[in-house]
Design a protein around this ligand. Structure first.
Ligand code: T46
Length: 133
C-alpha cells in the first residue's frame, strides 16, 4: 500500500564516521528515474506549492535542515527534515511546501518519473477537485 511519511534510514557508523544507504525498491519504495537537489535557498523563501498526478518522491536533507508542510486533502502535517538519515516519502496526492531552509541546507530529492511540467497541480482548488473526497 502506498503511503507518505518519514522513514528513518540506518546510520552505518564506525570510527571513520557515518554512511547511509538508499536502495531502490528496498528503502525507497519506487524505481528512481530522476535525482535533483535544492541548495543555496534564499532566506525566508517557501518553495513547492503543488501536488503531482503521478510522481512519487523521497526527500532527504543531506546537509542542514528544512521543514515540509504536507496536505493530502484530509490531513495536514509539518515534518522537520534535520538529519541525513531521515527520508520523507511524498505520494502524488501530497500537496507540499518546503520552508525554513537553513543556510547550509541541501535537500536531495529522488523522483519516480522524469521531469514533466504537466505532472504538476499548482492550483490548490484544482488539487482539492482532483484529490478531495
Ligand atoms: C517537488 C519539490 C520537492 C526542471 O527543469 N527539472 C526538474 O527535474 C525540476 C525538479 C525542476 N526543473 C525546473 C522547473 C523550474 O523552472 O527547475 C525550476 C524550479 O523548479 P520548481 O519551481 O518546481 O521547484 P520547487 O522547489 O517548487 O519544487 C521541486 C520539484 O519541482 C517538485 O517536483 O516536489 O521540489
Amino acid at each position: 500500500m502506498r503511503s507518505s511519511g518519514v522513514i528513518e534510514l540506518k546510520e552505518l557508523g564506525d570510527e571513520r564516521g557515518l554512511l547511509t544507504v538508499i536502495e531502490e525498491k528496498k528503502t525507497v519504495p519506487f524505481e528512481v528515474k530522476r535525482i535533483f537537489y535544492i541548495f543555496k535557498t534564499v532566506p525566508d523563501v517557501r518553495r513547492g506549492f503543488h501536488a503531482h498526478y503521478k510522481t512519487r518522491q523521497a526527500l532527504i536533507c543531506v546537509s542542514g535542515s528544512c521543514k515540509v508542510h504536507l496536505d493530502n486533502s484530509k490531513r495536514k502535517e509539518e515534518v522537520i527534515l534535520d538529519k541525513p538519515s531521515k527520508m520523507l516519502i511524498l505520494e502524488p496526492n501530497d500537496w507540499h511546501e518546503m520552508y525554513e531552509f537553513s543556510p547550509d541546507c541541501v535537500l536531495l530529492v529522488l523522483a519516480s518519473h522524469l521531469y514533466d511540467a504537466e505532472d504538476y497541480i499548482r492550483d490548490y482548488n484544482e488539487f482539492l477537485e482532483v484529490y478531495g473526497s
